[in-house]
Design a protein. Structure first.
Length: 116
């Protein structure tokens, strides 16, 4: 089992910055990829960015150049730095951990609201 605890998020004005983090505990040595997904009201959950244990990253086209994902394997924590935020970035952001076996775990979600 893996437990994911998210922190950060909140309300920010358009053009502003915000960061979220996710700490993993449990069978952490079996985690391959960690990442962030988001789900806006009435929309499907979508990948924002993910990062492998080795540090390879993958971003959704909509956030490239604005968001940065990073990972501290010693702290078992993944971070998402979000800059130049837009109203369309408003969503619940979920942390995801994908094991080498393919099994996935999810955090409880944290709200990010971009509004003036």
């Amino acid at each position: 089992q893996v437990q994911l605890v998210e922190s950060g998020g909140g309300l920010v004005q358009p053009g502003g910055s915000l960061s979220v983090s996710c700490a993993a505990s449990g069978i952490i040595f079996s985690i391959n990829t960690m990442g962030w997904y988001r789900q806006a009201p009435g929309k499907q959950r979508e990948l924002v960015a993910d990062i492998t244990r080795g540090g390879s990253t993958n971003y959704a086209d909509s956030v490239k150049g604005r968001f940065t994902i990073s990972r501290d394997n010693h702290k078992n924590t993944v971070y998402l730095q979000m800059n130049s935020l837009k109203p369309e970035d408003t969503a619940v952001y979920y942390c995801n951990a994908r094991m080498f076996s393919g099994r996935e775990y999810w955090g409880q979600g944290t709200q990010v609201t971009v509004s003036s």
